[in-house]
Ligand binder design. Structure first.
Ligand code: MIG
Length: 820
């Protein structure tokens, strides 16, 4: 079935591609001028190119072939106003140089070709000499030189290899269940990538919601190209050289993930379907009676009346309000699936009100576009239209008042069952941006606009709470509205690896809140596979297990008692790490940097990481090395330069090396960078069961010098943090010759956590302190074998050498000192 779908898809690509005969090229530059806006306008023989310098490291190019036009608007770009940039234009024989402090763009005149250079004059990226930017009927394309030493990353959701050189990728949001490593396209289109050569990176964003494609040296050895079935071509060029700098800039351009509600970072349980109130209650009890933590339970399509969105199956769910309230009392949030397809049924309120408000996608003659999905014949809201989005948002009133708090957007590629194209008629019409345009021109942003309508709409119903939306389809910048999962994967070891590299590429494409269907959607995992998948899930911001219908139960306790214990311990680890994860998410909401960071992204200069996708950084302090194959009880880890600690044993390793770490079935290999600070908490049954107490801060000392981290906390749910309602302090540790000092800066912000204990777990001191002080007062060493430390005492863990100090947390400055 997968294969058939694929054939259909490539066929539809071929039909939509109106013959690649008759490519035209830019020709020579005739003239240029600097416009009032500061843009540089280049007139070539056959096209106009507008170059806008948005920042010293960011330039936008817009190519409009003569005789063509297109509205200059974007669904992705958020920041329109950029601070003025000082640029210089130097006109020299045959070349026009446009220079900022961070890069130079050389516009070659005969013919028009662009070359990007760093301040030292080294070429970062160059148009292919023969083709450059060219176009044919209904398609525009840009060819670039491809240096041998350059490698490619990002491109959003890509199965198969993590590094993307020598692949051809299409961007066309597609519903492909049980996809494989060669399946492309998939559900999401994020036409953004990095080129990294010898540690130096640039980024390119092709901003087009049309069918588009990237050929990274598959067609030609020394060229790559990207193009779109739009009549014009707009792309952005970012210069690093650090990849993280590019991502910060890219997410400044297209927006960042808002800080999610803290509960959405708890463990989430899903299945197609928990199809009755009785079964949902059993699942909830299943977690609580086994003391396996869980925050969210999902209702898949069977909660509805005949798959009519915004309705309930009143037989199986006679009293949703009571169910959801009982679940809430037990610490669960309930999430429901909502698909875009609205059943054509004149007795169905959503359909009727949508008709009244004229919200649906239409055929060119103005009649309703109808396509078949789960409910049968359906109309599709035109999410590009602001009034349709408003209408969509209003439909959530009842679900919100029932108490639903999570919004799972599925089938929004959009997927349509009964037509060969598997989606909305490409000629059907949308009406966003005040103009009418075909589905072909809006396909790849349909899902993103659905999440936008869902986010904004549910927010309007509860303006004081952060919405949680999860989607399958989206477009660049969609992280502003929703978390994502990687669709219908398979219960196999291969898919465990695949999911990891998909999450890594999504993460560096702007999508921080990512995860896979833990355990695999289609098929049935062994206990071992499920356990290993769950362990990796601790380190994916979205930690959600899911299963297709008609497979035996896959909840974490379904694999025998030994695995139940292992899985409990794994989920407890997630809850212990919540403060660290929440901090990573907060960093991402302000910088765009993801929680899951590919090695090459964090350490671009280390050539060992060019192709590495079997280990990754989690935040800036932890290195995760998941077990991805059966029967494996140890694995190799490539350590970046510096010193590294085994998170579990505090064993110290010299970096720049390859080590073997043990990985018993109940433990995922985890390392901490010397200098890292990792805040953790007590395990709880759900994220807000009780306030953090104690806050346990793991400090991994550097052999000398200082390091510091910001610690952030807030109420986890409201928007108060935007008005100062947070608790933020710097935690610094420094090594002096005869002393180790930990300084917790005075907390900023008006959020005050309840009184609580503070435990410092200091690894790497290498001595037994002669004296420990907290806030200037000496504190005693605890009696030898007490594992539970009394207030204001310290102890030394004999095995690991970790020094544990128990003190009190407050908002004031606190200094803890360990004297030799
Ligand atoms: O056509 O709602 O990817 O997670 O369980 C299948 C049923 C529709 C696809 C989603 C999957 C979900 C399923 N959906």
């Amino acid at each position: 079935m997968t294969r058939r779908l694929l054939t259909v898809l490539s066929l539809c690509g071929a039909i939509a591609l109106p013959g690649s005969a008759g490519w035209q090229s830019a020709g020579n530059v005739l003239d240029h001028r600097t416009e009032h806006s500061g843009d540089l306008r280049i007139e070539a023989e056959n096209l106009t190119l507008t170059i806008s310098v948005l920042a010293e490291d960011l330039v936008r190019m817009r190519y409009v072939p003569h005789g063509r036009s297109g509205t200059d608007s974007s669904w992705a770009v958020l920041t329109q106003q950029w601070a003025p940039v000082r640029t210089r234009v130097i006109d020299s024989a045959g070349v026009l140089f446009l220079t900022t402090n961070q890069m130079t763009l050389a516009v070659h005149r005969n013919p028009l070709r662009l070359v990007f250079l760093d301040p030292a004059g080294t070429i970062i990226n160059a148009d292919d000499r023969a083709k450059g930017m060219s176009w044919a009927d209904g398609e525009t394309r840009l060819w670039k030189e491809m240096p041998e030493e350059e490698y490619y990353y990002g491109f959003g959701e890509q199965a198969g290899r993590f590094e993307r050189k020598r692949t051809h990728m299409t961007m066309w949001n597609s519903d492909i269940p049980a996809y494989g490593p060669d399946t492309n396209p998939l559900y999401k289109s994020i036409p953004f990538f990095y080129g990294i050569a010898k540690g130096r990176a640039y980024g390119i964003f092709l901003d087009s919601p049309h069918w588009s494609s990237f050929d990274m040296g598959k067609e030609a050895r020394d060229q790559y190209s990207f193009g779109t079935q739009d009549s014009v071509l707009t792309y952005y060029f970012f210069y690093g050289p650090e990849p993280c700098k590019i991502l910060e800039r890219f997410t400044q351009l297209v927006g960042r993930m808002p800080l999610p509600p803290r509960w959405s970072l708890g463990y989430q349980q899903c299945r197609w379907s928990y199809a009755s109130e009785k079964r949902v209650r059993e699942i909830a009890d299943g977690f609580r009676k086994r003391t396996i933590p869980c925050d969210v339970i999902y209702l898949d399509i069977d909660y509805m009346d005949g798959y009519r969105i915004f309705t309930w199956d009143t037989e199986d769910f006679p009293d949703p309000m009571k169910l959801v309230k009982d679940l809430a009392d037990d610490g669960f949030r309930t999430a429901v699936i909502v698909d875009p397809g609205i059943k054509v049924d004149s007795s169905y309120h959503a359909y009727v009100s949508g008709m009244d408000r004229d919200v649906y996608v239409k055929e060119p003659d103005g009649s309703l576009f109808v396509g078949e999905v789960w409910p049968g014949r359906c109309a599709f809201p035109d999410f590009t239209d602001p009034s349709a989005r408003l209408w969509w948002g209003e439909q959530f009133a009842d679900l919100v008042s029932v108490g639903i708090r999570g919004w799972w957007n599925d089938m929004n590629e959009p997927s349509v069952f009964n037509v060969p194209s598997k989606t909305i008629d490409l000629n059907a019409m949308h009406h966003g941006h005040g103009v009418s345009s075909s589905h072909a021109a809006n396909h790849n942003i349909y899902g993103m606009q659905m999440t936008r309508a869902t986010y904004d709409g549910t927010l309007r119903h509860r303006p004081d709470e952060r919405p949680f939306v999860l989607t399958r389809a989206t477009y660049a910048g969609g992280q502003r509205f929703s978390a994502v999962w990687t669709g219908d994967n398979v219960s196999s070891w291969e898919h465990l690896s695949l999911g990891l590299s998909m999450c890594l590429n999504l993460s560096i494409s702007g999508f921080t809140f990512v995860g896979t269907d833990i355990g695999g959607f289609i098929g049935y995992p062994s206990g071992e596979l499920f356990a290993r998948w769950l362990q990796l899930g601790v380190f994916t911001p979205l930690m959600r297990a899911h299963s297709v219908i008609n497979e035996p139960n896959k909840e974490p306790w379904e694999f025998g008692e030994a695995f139940t214990d292992i899985n409990r311990k794994t989920i407890e680890l997630r809850y212990r790490l919540l403060p660290y994860l929440y901090n990573a998410m907060r960093v991402s909401s302000t910088t765009g940097l993801p929680a899951m960071r590919p090695m090459v992204f964090a350490y671009p200069e280390d050539p060992r990481f060019t192709l590495e996708s079997r280990q990754f950084m989690f935040g800036d302090g932890l290195l995760v090395a998941p077990i991805l194959s059966p029967g494996t009880r140890e694995r190799i880890v490539e350590l970046p330069a510096g010193l590294w600690y085994d998170f579990w044993t505090a064993e110290l390793h010299e970096g720049g090396s390859t080590i073997t770490v043990s990985a018993p079935l109940d433990r995922i290999p985890l390392l901490a960078r010397a200098g890292a600070t990792v805040p953790t908490q007590q395990p709880v049954q759900y994220s807000d069961e009780s306030p953090i107490d104690p806050l346990s801060v793991h400090i991994f000392l550097k052999p000398s010098g200082a390091d510091s981290t910001e610690y952030y906390e807030d109420d986890g749910i409201s928007f108060q943090y935007r008005e100062g309602g947070y608790f933020k302090r710097t935690i610094t540790h420094l090594q002096l010759s005869d002393e180790i000092r930990i300084q917790l800066g005075r907390a900023e912000g008006t959020f005050i956590p309840p009184e609580r204990r503070l435990v410092l777990r200091i690894a790497g001191a290498g001595f037994t302190p002669a004296r420990v002080t907290s806030g200037g007062k000496s504190i005693p060493r605890a009696p030898h074998d007490s594992s539970d430390l009394a207030d204001s005492t310290w102890n030394l863990d004999a095995e690991s050498g970790v020094i544990v100090v128990m003190t009190h947390d407050s908002s004031s400055y606190l200094e803890v000192s360990l004297k030799r």
